[in-house]
Design a protein. Structure first.
Length: 142
């Protein structure tokens, strides 16, 4: 055997095990999807437990559930129908999110808001506008 395989077989594990013990939860950023899924699992009513022990701070909840603006144009009949179909599909998805009681009401609200924000961005692009927060690449006509 080579020296590298012998060194790896020894009892010396290095310092990596210290960094992988338990779970690491960042209190500054939003919870990761893994943390949200782990919080939704359990024996008791997971939705009520998720509401009792939220992973989001009140400021994060306020930020993640702010109002969404939807701009619909009424210039062309076909575009009106296409926009209504986009809105109806997003509403179906939002309705399904609000039926997932096991994830808790806070996460339902956040997920529903994310879907509505996605619809708002899609409608803005459909109408030839730049969604809020998105930037177009500047052309090089210098």
């Amino acid at each position: 055997m080579s020296d590298t395989t012998m060194a790896q077989r020894g009892s010396y594990r290095g310092f990596g095990h210290r960094h992988t013990r338990g779970t690491k939860t960042s209190l500054r950023g939003l919870p990761t999807p893994e943390e949200l899924d782990h919080a939704a699992q359990g024996d008791d009513a997971a939705g009520t437990r998720a509401d009792r022990y939220p992973l989001h701070t009140p400021e994060q909840i306020e930020q993640e559930t702010r109002t969404v603006r939807l701009d619909v144009s009424f210039g062309d009949v076909i575009k009106i129908r296409d926009q209504c179909e986009m809105i109806m599909e997003a509403c179906r998805i939002i309705m399904e999110k609000t039926r997932q009681h096991d994830i808790g009401s806070i996460r339902q609200r956040i997920d529903a808001r994310h879907e509505a924000a996605s619809l708002g961005r899609a409608l803005a692009r459909f109408n030839g506008k730049t969604p809020y927060g998105d930037t177009r690449k500047k052309s090089r006509h210098d």
